[in-house]
Each structure stands twice: as C-alpha cells, then as structure tokens.
Design a protein around this ligand. Structure first.
Ligand SMILES: [Zn+2]
Ligand SMILES: [Zn+2]
Length: 386
C-alpha cells in the first residue's frame, strides 16, 4: 500500500458519521411570556371561523369544541386533514395560542355504567385524536360523576378511563418524557353539582396521581371554584385557594384558567356563568377587583414563571357585544388595554344575527339606552364600544 493510498484510506475521525443532535424543542410563540387572553369561540362557521372570531374579538388565545358538545359524535369522527391543515396554518398566521379544545359534555369518565363507560372512553379517545389533528395544546375535560358508585371508586375509574382513551396515541414526542408534549390533557375543577367529582382539588390530585405516565394537568375555572366553596373572590380567600391548589395538584400543573363570574351565590354548587364583574364575585367595582387580583396574582399570571398560561372566558353572550366587552375587560384588568390585540374589530360579536336584540336580550343589555331598547325588536343596535 503506497503512501498516497494510505492517505485516502486512513481513518480520519472527522469523517465519522455523527448524527445531528436533535434540535432543542422550540417553545411556541405564545409561550413568550406575554399575557394570553382568549374566549370560547364557536365553530358554527367551520374551524377556521373560530380563529377569525377570536382574533376579531381581540384575543390572542382561544378555546373551541372539536364537535358538537351535547351530542355523541359518530364513533371515530375525525377532521379532514385538508381542513385541519388550513386551520393550523391560519392559527399560526394569526398568532393565536394556546389553543384549547373543550371536550364534549356527555363524556363521563367516572361512570359505573358499562355502556356509558365504553362510549365515554371512545368519545374521549376521538377528542384526543381531533385535538392533535387541530394542533391543540390542551384538551379540557370534566372528570365525571360518581353516581352509582363511590367518589373513591370513580376517581380510580376516571384515571383508568383516561389511560384507555389515550392508548395508541402519541401525546409526547418521546414516551415517558412529559416535558415536550404535543397535547396535554387538563381536568377541569367542577362546581360539585350532583355527584360530580373534581370540585375538590384533592380529588383532581388523586386522578393525576393515578395516571403518572401521561401529560395531565388542571384547568382552573374561577366560577366553579367559587361554586364549590373556594373563596376565590376575596383577597384572603384567593391566597388560601392558591395555597390549597399548590399543596395538592401544584401550581405548575395548572395549564389554563377559565375566567368566569358567577350567576349563583358562593358555595351554591350550581354552575352558571356570568359576565366579568356582574355576578356574585362582587357587584360592580368589587367584582372587577376580584378579577384584577386573580389575573395579576404573582402565582397565576403569565409572567409568574408559567409563560403561556392563558385566561379564557366562558361568559354568556346575552346581548350583542357581550363577548367583546368581556375580552376587553380582561385586557383592561391586566393593564394592557388591547395593546396585544391589534386585530380586534369594534362591533364584532359572535351572537348570531337572528338572535340579536330579542326580548331575552333587552333586560340584560344595560348599555342600550331605553329609547334604543324599545326599538330593539326591529333593529339590532350595537353600542359604539362593541
Ligand atoms: Zn368546562
Ligand atoms: Zn370552565
């Protein structure tokens, strides 16, 4: 072998094949530490329509249903990839995030009825698949009901049902690594109506502990906490509620908050939402103060080491513009005044035109002048503040 040959054939360590290191997972833009405010938007005009609504309402986050929430969708019901791709692309363009999907209300993962249980697990599995197709960050589900069984058994059943529903779906990039997940499943705290489980943080914690291998967290609904007897509306009560939450599920596992006022009194265990500052959290100024404390609390706010934690409204739309007003109120309460909502469109509302200014609307539309209210049966009137 000549010297020239050996120079070609000699082992050179720089020739060694080294696989490129896996890129560090890039944090999505919505985790940049900015305040994220959203509202539940309708998919009545298609999935992409919900994005336009959120954007026009001045949101930078949103929640949707991925199918009709009060009907059992067809088993295996999927979203056509072309529609899902269009949705994902438009969402990226609009810079909306996080995207939260709220699961169907009929799903009861704690049921002892075998038929209902199979149905619920199948439907929740389909929710997970549709959530991933849409590129959702979170899927929120109510834990279920212990009717016909004990709360302790229902908690075990919920954990087992979640495990079964997630079977065969890759929620995280790497199995067993919960740091980098495509979709996280959030259990929502409940008002404690009837035999509903999950009104106590301890119950939620017990479910989380039952499924340690999956990316599970909590969605904290302010109205539900209030209904369940957590004094989230007072300064001392908020501190106690947050401490209780941290002791049990831990604040790090609170993915998003549902920000709602309540139509029913404290500890009512009856789930009815109200406009921000108009319900039982405290009328008028004190109600707004309650929400100002929640939105800006150092342990809950987006700047508190939990970038991307969104505040999502599920407030009623009794009158045209209620949705826009509630969104604007949240921005005001965090002191940002729509700076981060450049696409907001004055006058935009999700209330369908045919429902505008019906009799039902008038009594709860305090921004209508009496003269306009009399006319409202014929001509829908939008306030200039919209
Ligand atoms: Zn809910
Ligand atoms: Zn909620």
């Amino acid at each position: 072998m000549t010297a020239s040959h050996s120079s070609i054939l000699d082992y050179d360590s720089s020739d060694e094949y080294r696989p490129e290191p896996a890129p560090e997972p890039q944090a999505p833009a919505w985790r940049d530490g900015s305040v994220r405010i959203g509202i539940h938007t309708s998919i009545a005009r298609g999935f992409a329509g919900s994005l336009e609504s959120a954007s026009k309402l001045g949101c930078n986050a949103l929640q949707i249903f991925s199918a009709s929430p009060r009907m059992w969708p067809r088993v295996g019901s999927r979203i056509a990839e072309i529609e899902a791709a269009e949705f994902r692309a438009r969402r990226a363009e609009l810079g909306l995030g996080p995207l939260v999907v709220h699961a169907n209300y009929l799903i009861n993962l704690g049921t002892s009825d075998p038929v209902m249980r199979v149905r619920s697990i199948q439907a929740f599995h389909d929710e997970i698949v549709r959530g991933i197709a849409l590129g959702a960050d979170y899927l929120v589900v109510h834990p279920g009901s212990s009717r016909g069984t004990t709360p302790a058994q229902a908690i075990r059943d919920v954990a087992q049902a979640i495990r079964q529903a997630a079977r065969g779906v890759r929620l995280c990039q790497k199995f067993g690594d919960l740091r980098d997940c495509r979709l996280r499943l959030l259990l929502e705290n409940t008002s404690g109506m009837g035999a509903a489980i999950g009104s106590r943080f301890e119950e939620l914690k017990a479910i989380l502990d039952g499924v340690p291998e999956l990316p599970l967290g909590i969605c904290l609904d302010t109205a539900h906490a209030f209904h369940a007897g957590y004094e989230i509306h007072t300064e001392a009560g908020l501190a106690q509620t947050i401490a209780a939450l941290d002791r049990t599920v831990s604040l790090a596992r609170v993915g998003v908050l549902h920000v709602n006022d309540s139509k029913t009194p404290f500890a009512s265990r009856v789930d009815r939402h109200e406009h921000i500052g108009r319900g039982h959290f405290g009328k008028g100024k004190s109600g707004l103060e309650a929400f100002r404390r929640i939105l800006n609390h150092p342990s809950l706010s987006a700047s508190a080491g939990r970038p991307g934690r969104a505040f999502l409204l599920e407030t009623p739309i009794d009158a045209p513009g209620d949705d826009r007003r509630n969104v604007r109120r949240l921005w005001d309460l965090v002191g940002i005044a729509a700076k981060q909502a450049p696409r907001a469109q004055n006058g935009f509302t999700m209330l369908p035109r045919k429902q505008k200014a019906t009799k039902r609307v008038a009594p709860v539309a305090p921004r209508f002048s009496p003269a306009k209210r009399r006319n409202s049966g014929r001509k829908p009137v939008l306030t200039s503040k919209g």
